[in-house]
Design a protein around this ligand. Structure first.
Ligand SMILES: [Zn+2]
Length: 309
């Protein structure tokens, strides 16, 4: 077995998943615990326990949903009840020699760039499609964290002024057009307005998943809703490509693979027609992620290994 170079930990809303990693990002030994989501002291103690069991002395990287400063302070996390928790400092106090904490979607972007679907590419954008939309950016092989640590909030790229309401409080964010929640809502809206025949009329809870299932079963309205969401996603990709010029745009998250048949061609067409310099360049490839739920853990661990050398 190769030597471990770091420990990567994904702090999810219900589970902590920790693993030792080889230099190429391969997972060596893996442990799982329930997340003590309401107790910051227990969270730190449990993370300390996982580190002690897996390999004290190894650099530790943590990926967590929320707003994390470059110093590793978790300002806010939607899944756990912590505010302004200096998690990197607390882990060092628990004995970790090197500890880094990053937003989970940013960590996933780095994981996919180093060890997943974007291996070999230096400039990568990741969009994660689920109930919301997350994102991460790697520029020239380096994870973009930004001045305050808030870079990569790609779900809140605005695609329409005075557009649909987003859970973040703003209007017109791409999350309000192409997330699972938005797709379910859009289907509901069309069913109320049109007399089109659709099997979605029989569905009690109109989620993005219900729309995807109906699309797979051949439902025309469901497919149209997904194609429309794909076009909106393409609009966001135009701005991201004009700003960052990535070689590849990755789609990950629970909804990406199942909706790709309808969303990806629509996104690609919009991207090809609207990016700057379209006649003189190749548009970025749009591809699905490869590491699944491990991406954040792998990226966070490899980031910690970078910092320790
Ligand atoms: Zn928003």
């Amino acid at each position: 077995m190769p030597e471990p170079v770091a420990i990567g930990i994904d702090v999810g809303g219900t589970k902590l998943v920790a693993a030792t990693l080889a230099a190429d990002g391969r997972v060596l030994e893996r442990l799982r615990r329930d997340t003590p989501a309401r107790d910051a002291d227990r969270l730190v103690a449990d993370l300390g326990g996982l580190i002690a069991e897996l390999g004290p002395g190894l650099p530790v990287g943590i990926g967590i949903a929320g707003l994390v400063t470059p110093e590793g302070v978790v300002r806010y996390g939607p899944n756990i009840s912590v505010r302004d928790l200096d998690l990197a400092g607390a882990l060092r106090a628990e004995g970790a020699t090197h500890a880094v904490v990053v937003n989970d979607a940013s960590a996933a972007a780095l994981g996919e760039q180093r060890a997943g679907a974007a291996r070999g590419h230096a400039d990568v954008v990741l969009l994660t499609l689920g109930t919301g939309i997350g994102g991460g950016v790697v520029v020239g092989g380096t994870l973009l964290v930004g001045a305050m640590g808030f870079a990569g909030e790609l779900g809140h790229v605005v695609v329409e002024d005075a557009g649909r309401r987003c859970p973040c409080g703003n209007q017109g964010c791409i999350e309000a057009y192409a997330s699972g929640t938005a797709i379910g809502r859009r289907a509901q809206e069309r069913l109320a307005r049109e007399s089109t025949d659709s099997r979605l009329r029989a569905v009690e809870e109109l989620t993005g998943r219900a729309v995807t299932t109906a699309a797979r079963d051949g439902d025309r309205l469901a497919r149209e809703v997904l194609v429309e969401a794909g076009r909106w996603l393409g609009v966001a990709m135009v701005s991201l490509t004009n700003a960052l010029d990535p070689e590849v745009i990755l789609l990950g998250g629970g909804a990406a693979a199942e909706t790709a048949t309808w969303m990806v061609p629509a996104a690609r067409e919009t991207l090809e027609h609207r990016i700057i310099g379209g006649g003189w360049r190749r548009p970025p490839d749009i591809e699905l992620t490869a590491l699944g739920d491990d991406a954040g853990m792998v990226g966070a661990g490899l980031l910690a290994a970078d910092h320790a050398t």
